[in-house]
Design a protein around this ligand. Structure first.
Ligand code: NDP
Length: 293
């Protein structure tokens, strides 16, 4: 039976570390780290995600400020809020919750965020910093996957890694992070021929295709470490991932569950990016280097 890559337990530990770090410096800094959360429209899933992020902030002592704009607002309305947060000295991190309603183009809005306050690590400059191995906020989901691998003793160095999916949100930065950790990386996408032949070569397999249950026993070699990024609501209720966990857990050395795997780590890395920005602004020695890929 595969080892469970428990993102919930790791995120609880990391929250404790962040909470202690903040508490240890509040006397001198005199203000907590601040995260601004901007939500546009009424996508119900986004509402749940933002609420979870606000709760996580409260647990570690990050002050969250939520703004909710209506679906009919203009790009200028969103820009106005982002610029207000960019110049607010009490805000260290800014998150624009995706997806945006139809008619709003996320590209220019994400780029309007001050790159040093980019809590999601999706600004063009920060993706470039990742590519060049320069410091900066990292994309939360792949950074969470790296932390999950490392904390369970799976060092990617020298390993053959396959990432299924090439989105800017997950697949591409995931491949870059694995590569900079010295894995030999292949990236699969919807035009990949014979996906199973490729994924069977993986010692580390990260699946972020957004296709419920697409990866099964035939895609995985014995002893592989499998991380399931996908998250889907099942028609009958409950959640599932891109991996058929019942089959793969019989073969893999380790598997991340859905829920309780990558999801909580994504939220925790949002906090990490915010706390790191606060530390940098106040010259605090953060001791979080193990979380910066
Ligand atoms: P996207 O839809 O943006 O990207 C999906 C990628 O998978 C694309 O590159 C696509 O290829 C590829 N793909 C689709 N079908 C196949 C296939 N049959 N074979 C191989 N590759 C395929 O999704 P995201 O990257 O945004 O998200 C992926 C999943 O991760 C979703 O389920 C999402 O909900 C989840 N997610 C979970 C998070 C968490 O915190 N747990 C955070 C972010 C996302 P192509 O480029 O050719 O179209």
């Amino acid at each position: 039976m595969a080892l469970r890559l428990d993102g919930k337990a790791l995120s609880t530990q990391l929250e404790q570390r962040l909470g202690n770090l903040i508490a240890g410096h509040l006397d001198r800094v005199e203000r907590p780290p601040g995260l601004a959360l901007l939500r546009v429209g009424d996508d119900p899933a986004s509402g749940v995600y933002v609420a979870n992020k606000e709760k996580a902030c409260a647990r570690v002592g990050v002050l969250s400020t939520g703004i909710h704009l209506s679906a009919g607002c203009s790009s200028d309305d969103v820009l106005h809020e982002l610029q207000r947060f960019n110049t607010d000295p009490l805000v260290d991190g800014i998150l624009l919750q995706l997806p945006l309603p139809n008619g709003l183009d996320e590209g220019p809005l994400l780029t309007a965020i001050d790159p040093d306050k980019d809590a999601d690590g999706l600004h063009t400059l920060n993706l470039g910093r990742l590519l060049k191995g320069e410091p900066g906020p990292r994309s939360c989901t792949p950074a969470g996957v790296m932390a999950l691998l490392r904390s369970n003793g799976f060092d990617p160095a020298g390993k053959r890694a396959v990432v299924v999916g090439r989105s800017i949100l997950v697949g591409q930065p995931m491949a870059l992070m694995l590569q900079s950790a010295h894995a030999t990386v292949s990236v699969a996408h919807s035009r990949t021929r014979d996906l199973a032949a490729l994924t069977r070569q993986a010692e580390i397999l990260v699946v972020a295709a957004g296709r419920p249950g697409m990866i099964g026993a035939e895609h995985v070699s014995p002893g592989a470490v499998v991380v399931d990024v996908g998250i889907h609501r099942k028609p009958e209720g409950g959640l599932c991932g891109d991996v058929r966990a019942d089959e793969v857990s019989e073969i893999a050395a380790a598997l991340s569950p859905v829920p309780g795997g990558v999801g909580p780590m994504t939220v925790t890395m949002l906090l990490v990016n915010t706390v790191l920005a606060w530390c940098r602004r106040h010259g605090i020695d953060h001791g979080l280097d193990d979380l910066i890929s």
